[in-house]
Design a protein around this ligand. Structure first.
Ligand code: G6P
Length: 365
């Protein structure tokens, strides 16, 4: 069952390893033509033609998942999309745009900051959609349209399998927006349809086949007290979530930056006591990543690389991940960074299920 550790030493490792199964459940339902959770279900409550922008709102890992989802919407549907922490949104007395679809994302459906943003939006004449894991939670009950996540209960404080399914839900939303725009399915959507069923297998192979390699990389960084996670484009929110995870469970200070921003300030902190995790998706930026790595090493900084380039070698310790599809690759990268954070934390003997100072769901302001 979801709430029994079984043979795993902790819930975090169990939940990381459930992802082949939980991602398959989400893909099966969210991309089916009819199932509960399919676009036929939540999409019928929305007016696609009125959507000119999408704004994702959530807290913590759910905010970062929203930022990844925003990049999916822009990429597939060519609709401008952004993400913002839910509490910041309400606190800045925002201009609520009538042609913007607001999407609230939450694992628990009980995070007060997210509920406040939802209640605020519902007082305005705008379309609101929720992406929520816990059925029957406050956010779920208060929503006219919501995408369920099919991840099962998540017990460990650090979110893993739910973050992955939030990104799959982001893809489902992006596909729905794109399809309604182009009438029939574009080549990009057909490609995604073909690749999606392979994702759970890719995750299973990664979890079984690359665990030892990732653990070795974790061994090499666990003694550092400060880390950068560097990614470009859609890899940046993936890097942000990676840095969040390592902070939460290993207590190593970690910040994510866009790779291009390193030279504009953060480079000042790079020295032999500092390690950078380079998140290199299989994009056209292989040479840029090589240059970035050189810039860090020239200042004596340590570097480790998670690369999806299939024919590009970096001059630094590298875990090479499979590249299957330009959008799904980000989800695979996210899972590899979860495994990396997990090993780093267990090498440091942290209580990974109950990190200090944190709660699974924050129901106060
Ligand atoms: C807490 C947890 C985070 C989580 C955030 C949002 O701060 O420690 O791991 O991402 O809440 O939770 P939600 O349930 O709304 O996704």
């Amino acid at each position: 069952t979801w709430t029994d550790k079984g043979s795993y030493p902790n819930f975090l490792l169990k939940e990381i390893n459930e992802q082949p199964q939980t991602s398959r459940a989400a893909i099966g339902a969210l991309f089916s033509p009819v199932a509960e959770g399919s676009a036929a279900d939540w999409g019928s409550a929305l007016d696609r033609s009125a959507v000119k922008r999408v704004c994702f709102l959530g807290c913590g890992s759910s905010y970062y998942a929203g930022q990844v989802a925003a990049s999916f919407v822009e990429n597939l549907a060519r609709i401008p999309a952004t993400a913002e922490p839910a509490a910041e949104f309400t606190q800045r007395d925002p201009v609520v745009e009538p042609d913007c679809l607001y999407v609230l994302i939450s694992q628990s459906g009980e995070t007060l900051d997210t509920l406040h943003a939802h209640r605020f939006l519902r007082r305005h004449p705008v379309q609101v959609l929720s992406i929520v894991n816990v059925r029957g939670s406050s956010l779920d009950r208060e929503s006219d349209a919501s995408i369920p996540l099919y991840a099962g209960a998540e017990v460990s404080v650090a979110s893993t399998k739910v973050v992955t399914n939030m990104q799959i839900a982001g893809l489902a939303l992006a596909s729905w927006l794109a399809r309604a725009d182009y009438g029939s399915k574009s080549a990009a959507l057909l490609e995604l349809d073909l690749a999606l069923p392979i994702l759970p297998t890719i995750l299973a192979d990664l979890l079984a086949g690359q665990d030892a390699e990732i653990r070795a990389l974790a061994e090499s960084v666990h003694a550092f007290r400060s880390m950068y996670y560097l990614g470009r484009g859609p890899s940046w929110p993936v890097a942000r979530e990676g840095a969040q995870k390592i902070k939460e469970i290993s207590y190593i200070h970690a910040e994510a930056y866009q790779a291009s921003e390193l030279k504009h300030g953060p480079l000042a902190l790079v020295d032999p006591d500092h390690v950078s995790v380079v998140v290199a998706a299989n994009d056209a930026g292989g040479q840029q990543s090589a240059t970035l790595i050189g810039q860090i090493q020239a200042r004596g900084g340590a570097v480790v690389v998670f690369s999806q380039h299939q024919d590009y070698e970096f001059d630094a310790p590298t875990v090479r991940l499979p590249a299957v599809h330009p959008l799904l690759d980000h989800i695979v990268m996210g899972v590899a960074l979860q495994v990396f954070a997990y090993h780093t934390a267990t090498i440091l003997d942290r209580d990974v299920d109950r990190p200090r100072n944190l709660a699974k769901s924050v129901t106060v302001e």
